[in-house]
Design a binder for this molecule. Structure first.
Ligand code: PAF
Length: 286
């Protein structure tokens, strides 16, 4: 596996790999890799002969009181995992390569970015859209692969690609990969490692109560009452706060008071022991 830290090296390496082997798939990450990330890498490998993974802890998507400084960084271990997956190129730029002196541009996807996580993390999706637009322009991949755990992020990025007529990759070639879960159902996340042993055990209530609520709604239970019961259940299981628990249209993320024929999902963000966990599940009706 080659590693590039500066843009000219990246461009030279991508050009040469593309020339020798063909299409390129990019997996953007912030490192601290786990099985969820590796499932993205494997999907990228199925799509294209050249796989590039980026590791960049993007400061602009963290709010002032968030965990930027504490965010886990383990580049050596990450590189080892990626090498074992047969990744061709690791793009690991320093902050000044991505945000040089005088950097002043922001990509902002209206509407979609303001709901759900956007409401409790103002500016977060502007940071995500800006850095992903840059990563796309830097690597110019034919495919890009993201996790469905960050469902809203995926929706924002696809909207951005459509709205800006991006072609590398086009919106159709921005792929979502299903959530990878621990044995007790907790969605894998780099932030799970912040959980104490006790909170880690309690955290399994999140996917369990979500699954129950989604199944009840699919069978006709009223949305508002069921989602309220889910929030109360989480607080009863030791969660400190529920940022949101909502049924929304899977594409537009508009809140739904009842499920119809359009795909709907249950979205939750909740805090336990200072760690914010997010998850989403489909409402499988019919
Ligand atoms: O999902 C992530 O790890 C990040 O939000 C991303 C897409 C790499 C942008 O920094």
């Amino acid at each position: 596996m080659q590693t590039a830290n500066r843009l000219p090296e990246l461009r030279a390496a991508v050009d040469s790999l593309r020339g020798a082997r063909g299409e390129v798939a990019l997996v953007p990450t912030m490192g601290a890799l786990h099985e969820g990330h590796l499932s993205l890498v494997r999907e990228a490998r199925r799509r294209a002969p050249v796989v590039v993974v980026s590791i960049f802890v993007n400061p602009t998507q963290f709010g002032p009181n968030e965990d930027l400084a504490a965010y886990p960084r383990q580049i050596e271990e990450d590189a080892r995992l990626l090498r074992a997956e047969g990744v061709d190129l690791l793009w690991a730029p320093p902050t000044d390569e991505v945000y040089p002196e005088g950097f002043a541009t922001k990509v902002s996807v209206g509407g979609l970015s303001e709901r759900l996580c956007g409401a409790s993390r103002p500016g977060h999706f502007d940071g995500v859209a800006t850095v992903v637009a840059k990563l796309f322009n830097q690597v110019r991949p034919d495919w890009a692969v993201f996790g469905e755990k960050d469902w809203q992020q995926l929706a924002v990025i696809r909207r951005m690609a459509r709205d800006l007529d991006l072609s590398q990759p086009s919106a159709e070639r921005i792929l979502g990969v299903p959530i990878v879960r621990e044995a007790d159902g907790l969605a894998m996340s780099s932030r799970n490692r912040y959980l104490s042993t006790d909170d880690r055990q309690r955290a399994a209530a999140l996917p369990r109560l979500m699954r129950d609520a989604a199944a009840a709604i699919a069978q006709g239970a009223p949305v508002t009452e069921t989602v309220d019961r889910l929030s109360q259940g989480l607080l009863g299981e030791g969660f400190a706060r529920v940022d949101y628990a909502e049924i929304a249209d899977a594409t537009t993320l508009q809140p739904l008071g009842a499920v119809g024929s359009a795909p709907a999902r249950l979205f939750v963000a909740a805090r336990i022991g200072g760690t914010r966990l997010i998850d989403n599940v489909a409402i499988e009706n019919g």
